[in-house]
Design a protein around this ligand. Sequence first.
Ligand code: IPE
Ligand code: IPE
Ligand code: MG
Length: 248
Amino acid sequence: MWESDGGLLARVDKDKMPRHVAIIMDGNGRWANGRGLIRSAGHRAGVKTLKNILKTAVNLKLEALTVYAFSTENWKRPHAEVNFLMHLFSEYLEREKLEMHQNNVRIKFLGRTEDFAPALQKLMRDSTELMKNNSGVKFNVAADYGGQDEIIRAAQKLARRVKTGELLPENISTQLFEAELDTAGQPPVDLLIRTSGDLRVSNFLLWQAAYAEFWFTDTPWPEFTPEEFIDALVDFGKRSRRFGALNE
Ligand code: IPE
Ligand code: IPE
Ligand code: MG
């Protein structure tokens, strides 16, 4: 089992914890370039950070953690970088899946997946299957994921149901729409973290983050620590969330 740093976790008020945290793990390439390394070294360092943050999420008993691993726009990168990322993704899953399972993690993949190599698709299916009955943190890995693409796929599924006569257009509700998203059955995003200084959402969880609190840091992803993750959670606990209403 993954050991926990009780002192660190004690900083978080359990009553003010977000249910769902999403992270745009950005800045691997810039971190590597800044140290005279090639971009892939940054991606490799980023995997280590991810492992530490997932451990922290497990120890905090966070309900859901969603990480942005590869966007629908990331295919525009040089072929060699895309290939390296795919290789790293496979290696990570192969190496970590048992340990995640032993820690009661339930992995799920958000996104299209069909453009990945068949072997990687199989590894994704097998990991999902292995952990599907686990009751711990819901760990969503967004891979070949775009918020707009996800919304279009959901609209297409609903349109098909309308076409067969199973559903009336006027009965399409927020709940029905949500049930067709890749995150169906999971709580909305409460806290969205982006590392490495850019202040944008880059097509991540457009629907689910409708009322998310945002937390940005200049720290590049390879240097992001459990301590800073806890800083974000503590800050979240101080926010006044009104959801359009007024405070009493
Ligand atoms: C995030 O780091 C990882 C992926 C997008 C896969 P980047 O690769 O975007 O690193 P920067 O933003 O170029 O530094
Ligand atoms: C977002 O980062 C995608 C991931 C972290 C996987 P990008 O680096 O692709 O975003 P932009 O291009 O700076 O908006
Ligand atoms: Mg980037």
